[in-house]
Design a protein. Structure first.
Length: 281
């Protein structure tokens, strides 16, 4: 059996598997996520551990010289690349930046190691062979960033949210015309921070789904997280957490200690005809 299953807190079913030993059994994992029978998958050995120290050194020294953008200051974090959630509605600069980021990412993780190759292949094997790829932009030759690289320093965090809220943002106007409004995501760990830095997922599903159904008032309603059961997952270095971030309330727990938490993170949604899953940073 290539997959192990664990139940946590009465609401959270976690599957664990190894990226190098995904067999036929793994091909239904995304079906289980979409149907709510599974809340997350932790995939180990996405990148070999012996490779990670050099990658982290490159991230720390900003080599190659990726475009660097920031979270809001309070979150004490930044991106290499550009997060679509924080972009201007017209995306005038975004697609030019995406071309350069693609070139830099190929220098950082070349060939079969490139996330758009390595991670896309792993995700496809978890979805019956359905391809995972960056969505096309509104104009010929444009393509969204497949992922972004993220650093969070001491105290860095992301507050509790559900990713399906993002479809209401002006920067998503084109993307939501070509794919489903239900978003999932992955978090790939490059290193282990000193403490904290866990992805905390709460026993709360935000209804309803979809940009046409969720009003601003509904989006603003959040439960008191202190009253909710939750599961904390610290993503091991070289491993990847895939979860239903669109529906489940979740946050990044504050990072403790002086070691920066480095990750690659992307959002995912089925395209309109369900022939592929679109992935963007």
């Amino acid at each position: 059996m290539s997959i192990s299953y664990q139940q946590h807190q009465g609401f959270f079913q976690l599957a664990e598997c190894n990226a190098n030993f995904l067999d036929r059994e793994a091909a239904t994992l995304f079906d289980e996520l979409r149907e709510g029978r599974l809340q997350a998958v932790l995939v180990h050995d996405v990148y070999p551990r012996k490779l990670l120290p050099d990658l982290v050194e490159g991230l720390e020294t900003h080599q190659p010289s990726f475009l660097k953008t920031r979270f809001p200051d309070a979150f004490n974090g930044w991106f290499y690349g550009r997060n679509l959630n924080l972009c201007e509605p017209q995306l005038e600069q975004y697609f030019d930046d995406a071309r350069q980021f693609e070139r830099d990412l190929e220098l950082f993780l070349p060939g079969a190691l490139n996330p758009a190759v390595r991670i896309a292949d792993i995700l496809a094997r978890m979805d019956g062979g359905r391809p995972f790829r960056a969505p096309p932009g509104p104009d010929l030759g444009q393509r969204y960033m497949f992922t972004s690289l993220r650093g969070h320093a001491e105290g860095g965090y992301i507050p509790a949210h559900c990713d399906n809220e993002f479809v209401l943002r002006p920067s998503y106007q084109h993307l939501t015309s070509v794919c489903d409004p239900h978003i999932m995501s992955f978090v790939l760990g490059f290193n282990d921070c000193d403490g904290g830095g866990a992805t905390e997922i709460y026993n709360y599903i935000q209804p309803p789904l979809g940009k046409a159904l969720m009003s601003d008032d509904q989006r603003s309603i959040k439960p008191d997280v202190d009253t909710l059961a939750s599961v904390k997952i610290r993503v091991p270095s070289g491993s990847m957490l895939v979860f239903d971030s669109g529906r489940y309330l979740h946050r990044l727990e504050p990072v403790a200690g002086s070691t920066t938490r480095w990750t690659a993170c992307s959002f995912m949604a089925l395209n309109n005809d369900k022939s592929a899953t679109y992935v963007w940073g």
